[in-house]
Design a protein around this ligand. Sequence first.
Ligand code: NAP
Length: 350
Amino acid sequence: MQEINQQKPILITGGTGYIASWIIKYLLEKGLDVRATVRDKSNSEKYKHLIDIAENSTGKLTIFEADLLKMGSFKEAMKDCELVFHTASPFKISGIKNAQQELIEPALDGTRNVLNSAKENQSVKRIVLTASVVSMHGDAADMKETENGIFTDKDWNTTSSETHKPYSYSKVLAEKEAWKIVETQDQFDLVTVHPGFVLGPSLTRRRDSASIDFMISMLNGKYKTGVPDLTLGIVDIRDLANVHIAAAFNPKAEGRYIATAGSANMLELASFLKKKYSAKYKIPKMKLPKIMLYLFGPMQGFSWKQIKLNMGLPLKFDNSKSINELGVSYRPIEETVLDHAEQIIRDGLV
Ligand code: NAP
C-alpha cells in the first residue's frame, strides 16, 4: 500500500458532519492542510466551529462547496490531494418518506461521484470511506448465521432492503459500489471504517444528527416510560476519528475495519446516566415491554419486522482487526456516554 505525503492537501467530504468535525479537528491539530466540502458554503453557521478550530491550530483549512448529487462537484476540492476521507452520506433512521431519494441516491450516487472524480484526478492515492457496521449486519437476528456468533469484517448485510432498514441498505450499496470502482483502477486504494453507533461530545450545538438526537432523547424524558430492548455496537466519536486517521496514514491498512468499543443495551446506557443525572433529568429506568413496542413502535419508526428481528437479541462485533493492525484503542462506553451528556447539558440542548 502507498505512503501518504502529509505535506499535500487532504480532502474530507461532509465537513459539517458530527463525525467529520472531529476528524478535521485532529488533522488540523497535526498541522495538516485540510479541505472540507460543505453543501452550502453561504451557510457559514454550519461550519463556523471548524474555522474557530483552524484559527487555534497549526493546520490550514479551506472550505469548498460540493454536493453528492452534483456530478463532478468534488473535482476542484480534490485537485492535488493524495488522501480523501469520504464521510458525507445522509444518516437517517426514522421519519423516512422516500428511501430512494432521501438515502439511497445520495449514498450510492455520492460514492460514485467522489470515487469517479478520484479516478480522474491522478494525485489521489488513498480513499478512507466512512462505512458502517450496518453494511456487515442487517438485523441482530442475522448473528445466528455468522461463523462464530460475532460479526467480523468478512460479513455482509444481505437482509436490508429499500423497505426494511433502508439506511442500512444505502450503506451496503454505497460500500459495494466503492469496492467495485476500486477494482477498475490501480491508482488508489480503499480502506473502509465501520463504526457502530457513534456517541460522544459534539463539536457543535446541532441537534439534527441521529447520534446527538439519541442522547438528547435519553435525557429529555422521551423514554421516561422505558427504552426499547435494543443492543447497539457503540464507539466514541474521538476514538472513531483516530481510527479514520490511522486507516489513512498507516501504509499497511487494508480492507474493512470495524470500529466499536463493545456493545450495550439501551438500558445499560441509561444506567450510566442515572448515576450522575437522575436527580435532574428523566433518565429511562426500565425496558419497554415487547407488547408496548408492537403497539407504539411503528409510530417511533420501528416496524413489527424490525422489532421481531432486533429487540431482546444480542449483538456483537469483532473490533480486533482495528486494534491489532491500526494500533487504536477504545475508551469505555460509560466514559463516552457521560462526556456526551455533559456536552449536551453544557450546550443547553436539554
Ligand atoms: P451527520 O452529522 O448527519 O453528517 C452527515 C454529513 O453528510 C453532513 O455533513 C451532510 O451535509 C452530508 N451530506 C448529506 N447529504 C449530502 C449531500 N447530498 N451532499 C453533500 N453532503 C451531504 O452524520 P454523521 O453521524 O457525522 O455521519 C457521517 C457518516 O458516518 C455517514 O456516512 C454515516 O452513514 C456514517 N455513520 C454514522 C454513524 C453514527 O452513529 N453517527 C454510525 C455509522 C456510520 P449537510 O450539513 O449539508 O447536511
